[in-house]
Design a protein around this ligand. Structure first.
Ligand code: PAF
Length: 295
């Protein structure tokens, strides 16, 4: 069984005991699914010691969001950690991470106002802060993040670079159900009927990606895709196409053409459940910019 570390002191002590080996890190909020298992298994092959953190981070939830309702499945998470060969699970309490009087936050300012950041004020400040704290405690050589939360990955990659953290922040492709729905801890909230409609989100993104790849104008393609989703019952919060890694709106005119990495991303509600998904076009160009995306 992996070693379970409950306090920041225990985490530091464990880390001090593995000082001459490579440490891989997968931060999560628990409710582990096959997407998390994929991150852990990939990292297992790349490092000597593998750390998983499970922490439902209050700082990244807005007042109207699902912090208390967020699924907590510690027993099955521990079983998944064991199966994936995790050496240590860091499972702190909110009081350990944010003791009374806590008042320090870090903020990335260029990428976070876009996409989810526009609709979830403070969310990325909470993410960048907690992941910096976790990096300081775990002191990993590398950390893997799923690309379902592509904005989160690019923000955390930039923050690691901007702050010279010396941690290799790498993106791992989204794991999907057979019908294309991206795995997410929040999928459990979907009713049977919503679950049947949900794969349309990825189908629509794929359609938009094909059009943009073949040179169709971006705004018209996005408008058509948005209408298609709304017709099927989604309430679309955003559907955007931005250049990578700088999150700029592509210039108007015919499609940008091959070679320019682009992110097509959406957030849409099905009933009360907010789903996000995305597609990256021409991801191989990111590698040339020193951004590691696994295949
Ligand atoms: O993606 C998540 O599960 C969370 O945002 C993270 C990166 C663990 C930070 O709390």
């Amino acid at each position: 069984m992996p070693k379970v570390l409950h306090t920041t002191a225990e985490m530091r002590a464990w880390r001090n005991g593995v000082s001459h080996v490579s440490v891989g890190f997968v931060p999560t909020m628990g409710a582990l699914h096959a997407g998390h298992a994929d991150l852990l298994r990939r990292m297992r092959r790349e490092c000597d010691q593998l750390v998983l953190s499970i922490f439902v981070n209050p700082a990244q939830f807005g007042p109207q969001e699902d912090l208390t309702k967020y699924p907590r499945t510690l027993e099955s998470d521990m079983e998944a950690a064991r199966e994936c060969g995790v050496d240590a699970v860091f499972f702190p309490t909110p009081e350990q991470m944010y003791p009374p009087g806590y008042s320090t936050y870090v903020e990335e300012q260029a990428l976070t106002p876009r996409l989810c950041g526009e609709f979830r004020p403070g969310h990325f400040r909470g993410v960048t802060t907690v992941v910096l704290k976790l990096f300081n405690l775990v002191r990993p050589h590398a950390a893997y993040f799923g690309l379902k939360d592509a904005q989160q990955f690019f923000v955390l990659h930039k923050r690691a670079r901007d702050l010279d953290l010396g941690v290799s922040v790498e993106g791992v492709p989204t794991v999907r159900e057979a019908d294309g729905l991206a795995l997410s801890s929040r999928n459990v909230y979907l009713s049977g009927q919503e679950r049947a409609i949900a794969p349309a989100i990825y189908e629509t993104l794929q359609g938009a990606a094909r059009h943009i790849e073949s040179g169709a104008p971006v705004p018209a393609t996005l408008a058509e895709s948005r209408a298609r989703l709304e017709l099927q019952g989604f309430k679309v919060q955003y559907l955007e196409c931005l250049s990578l890694p700088d999150f700029q709106t592509p210039q108007p005119g015919p499609g940008p053409g091959p070679g320019k990495p682009l992110l097509i991303a959406t957030a849409a509600y099905l009933g009360a459940t907010r789903l996000i998904d995305n597609i990256i076009l021409w991801p191989e160009r990111l590698e040339e910019l020193g951004i590691k995306i696994h295949r």
